[in-house]
Design a protein around this ligand. Structure first.
Ligand SMILES: Cc1cc2nc3c(=O)[nH]c(=O)nc-3n(C[C@H](O)[C@H](O)[C@H](O)COP(=O)(O)O)c2cc1C
Length: 223
């Protein structure tokens, strides 16, 4: 089964709500979701890094703090250099999500940091793939998908309220759809790799026969 890791930090629980919705989407698409919570800057990150290495794709999640990913997430990102040096994550798929209080709040910078992290590992970035809402801003409500109109990844927004109430349902559904999208892309990616391997095996199987035919015909008199 295709395995998708969701590696996230959440200081106060709002980004965690989105992580859980992303995981739901992964499961809805028929893949396995592995939730990896980044707790604190002092933890041993090796088990998390190994889980990602064992997965087909990873979806990074971090709250936006001071216009970028949280410091705890950044410590995890630095620790991932262990995987960078061995190329362990190269050619996997990656995507990302963030959450912040303001509609902008410089969230794009955090998403960009996640995409750069994936690129440094040689991973292939999967964007959100949802059009921004094509309705007047005044008509956008808590159920609106991709409410703040992001492209690079999911940009959630939460008020100063408990994670049970905020981010709202539209952001949670957008997170679920990101999980579906990444899982489906990873399934296609894996099928493609399997097809390529099978084709390579087939070509190896046929090469000697083709060579024998060439040899045989080359010995025949031209007609
Ligand atoms: C240290 C700190 C810095 C923050 N910086 C920003 C910011 O740059 N932009 C913004 O919109 N919200 C900012 N916020 C608000 C958080 O993004 C918001 O509360 C978010 O829901 C936190 O997610 P979490 O509950 O997963 O930690 C900041 C909060 C903290 C604690």
């Amino acid at each position: 089964m295709t395995r998708i890791a969701i590696a996230y930090h959440s200081g106060y629980g709002h980004t965690e709500v989105l992580a859980n919705s992303v995981a739901q989407g992964v499961r809805d698409a028929g893949a396995e979701a592995v939730l990896l919570k980044i707790d604190n800057a002092g933890q041993d990150f090796d088990p998390l890094l190994d889980e990602i290495t064992a997965s087909d794709a990873v979806i990074f999640g971090a709250p936006t703090y001071m216009g970028d990913v949280s410091g705890v997430f950044k410590v995890f990102a630095d620790a991932s250099s262990r995987a960078f040096f061995t190329g362990a994550w190269k050619d996997k798929l990656a995507a990302g999500f963030t959450n912040s209080h303001s509609f902008s709040g410089d969230k794009l910078h955090a998403l960009t940091s996640l995409a750069i992290l994936a690129s440094q590992h040689g991973m292939n970035w999967v964007n959100l793939g949802l059009a921004p809402p094509n309705i007047p801003a005044a008509e956008r409500g808590p159920d609106t998908l991709n409410r703040v109109g992001a492209f690079l990844g999911l940009a959630g927004q939460s008020d100063n309220a408990s994670p049970e109430l905020s981010p709202p349902s539209g952001d949670r559904e957008t997170a679920r759809l990101l999980g579906v999208r990444v899982a489906q892309a990873a399934q296609r990616w894996k099928r493609g790799a399997a097809t390529e391997l099978a084709a390579e095996r087939d070509s190896r199987k046929w090469t000697p026969v083709a060579a024998a035919v060439t040899l045989h015909t080359s010995e025949m008199e031209p007609v």
